[in-house]
Design a protein around this ligand. Structure first.
Ligand code: UD1
Length: 420
């Protein structure tokens, strides 16, 4: 298992290029199996999660090839319908194959993804949406077994107690594009990856309207064909490096990012006191003390992303004063707090609320990543801390960040990957 050894306290300066979005590449890769033709997805990142998805599709009979950052998918041999536990457990997005296999073969047997360290993460909305389309679903021995003689379009409300679900919207879209008639998804997720998935499916011959709004109208079609698509830059990676600039009181140009996907983060960083300006080829982030505490509530897009909550928490831990962070999406997503407190942070959690009492400086310590974004937050804390921080279990971070240590070292961080 690899770890990152970080000698913190250096302001980061220079340019960081953002890679293709993980959370878009995953559903696009799965959507490619809705035809027998080859599809080409470009600007993909070298990420463990994408490799896991490709391995899972391979088991179903899909051939894939990666050259540089271009993924070629040939689903013509995809006749398997069983997604085994060993592959599904690695990554929750594996559950997307449920909707896609129903759309392609009319049946699927997919391991139940279960809970994870950021909370229980149910899939009731996924199953409800697919059942409404006509799938018969039962749970047996840890597997979701689904089949449908035919899928028929209908009206589906997809919101749960924490708002719309990205994954349920993806799963229902993947099945509904091949259903008979019209499906109307109300309270659909508005995240950018849904808009990109709709664009990709439409270029495959689907008829989806309303992507990016809470109402999606899907006119089912009989056949889809292969398509080409370029993945957009990863907004969560961009936000992480913007915060790296602020937490180290540095000066970074974040290149290749889409500002309108980052507005909630940019607004909060400005409220904290960072100077953020737009340049021709990116967003410049500068910061120096004193910075101000803020209150944040995470929410579905266009709200402040839950996937940036641990990173901004690390930053606020270094801003004297009281900041309050409320988790509006995953009430239990605070596993990183105890590790930050080991670095001298003063954070108390009560239910879905974290009260962060900022300190002058964090101090380096051995800490452990337990999930992807929490791990990224610990790296940021290590970059700002006095002395050495060792972040272990970086395989969590590798799931969603391409060459994080190289990108950070290029802008002056003292960070090394060490194999244990
Ligand atoms: C996706 C992202 C993840 C991000 C999350 C929220 C991918 C691959 N992952 O995850 O990085 O943190 O969106 O922005 O894109 N819920 C239910 N029932 C369901 C499904 C979800 O109650 O059937 C709840 C969840 O527990 C959570 C909320 O809805 O409280 C949002 O979850 P959801 O949008 O589904 O997250 P994911 O798609 O799993």
């Amino acid at each position: 298992m690899d770890k990152f050894v970080i000698n913190g306290g250096k302001p980061l300066e220079g340019e960081i290029e953002i890679s293709g979005a993980k959370n878009e590449a995953l559903p696009l890769t799965v959507a490619s199996i809705l035809t027998d033709d080859v599809s080409i997805i470009s600007n993909i990142s070298d990420l463990a999660d994408l490799r896991s998805m490709i391995s899972l599709l391979e088991v179903l009979g899909v051939k894939s090839e990666i050259k540089g950052n271009v993924l070629r998918i040939d689903p013509s041999g995809c006749d398997g319908y069983e997604a085994p536990y060993d592959l599904v457990r690695k990554m929750r997005a594996s559950v997307y194959v449920l909707g896609a296999l129903l759309g392609r073969l009319g049946r699927a047997k997919v391991s139940f993804p279960g809970g994870c360290v950021i909370g229980t993460r149910p899939i009731d909305l996924h199953l409800m949406g697919l059942e409404k389309l006509g799938a018969r679903i039962k749970i047996e021995h840890g597997y979701i077994i689904a089949d449908a003689d035919k899928l028929v379009g209908t009206e589906i409300f997809l919101s749960g107690i924490h708002g719309p679900s990205v994954g349920a919207t993806v799963n229902v879209m993947l099945a509904a594009v091949k259903a008979e008639g019209v499906t109307v998804i109300k309270e659909a997720s508005c995240e950018p990856q849904i808009t990109e998935l709709a664009d990709f499916l439409n270029s495959m011959g689907a008829k989806i309207e309303g992507a990016g709004t809470p109402v999606l109208i899907i006119h089912g079609v009989k056949e889809l064909h292969g398509a080409k698509h370029e993945v957009i830059p990863d907004r969560i990676e961009a936000a992480t490096y913007m915060i790296a600039g602020v937490i180290t009181r540095g000066n970074l140009l974040i290149k290749n990012c889409i500002v309108k996907h980052l507005e909630a983060v940019i607004e909060k960083l400005r409220e904290i006191g960072a100077e953020i300006t737009y340049e021709d080829d990116g967003v410049r982030v500068k910061a120096k003390d004193p910075l101000k505490p803020v209150n944040i509530r995470t929410a579905p897009f266009p709200g402040f992303p839950t996937d940036v909550q641990p990173q901004i928490m690390s930053l606020l831990a270094t801003v004297p004063g009281i900041s309050v962070i409320t988790e509006g999406v995953y009430p239990d997503r605070f596993i990183h707090v105890s590790e930050l407190n080991r670095m001298g942070a003063d954070i108390k959690v009560d239910n879905a609320v974290a009260v962060v009492k900022g300190v002058e400086k964090l101090s380096g310590a051995p800490v452990m990543a337990s999930e992807l974004r929490g791990g990224a937050g610990l790296v940021l804390a290590g970059l700002s801390a006095i002395n050495q921080t060792v972040v272990s279990r970086v395989y969590h971070i590798d799931r969603g960040y391409e060459s994080m240590e190289k990108k950070l070292a290029n802008v002056g961080a003292d960070i090394k990957r060490v194999s244990e």
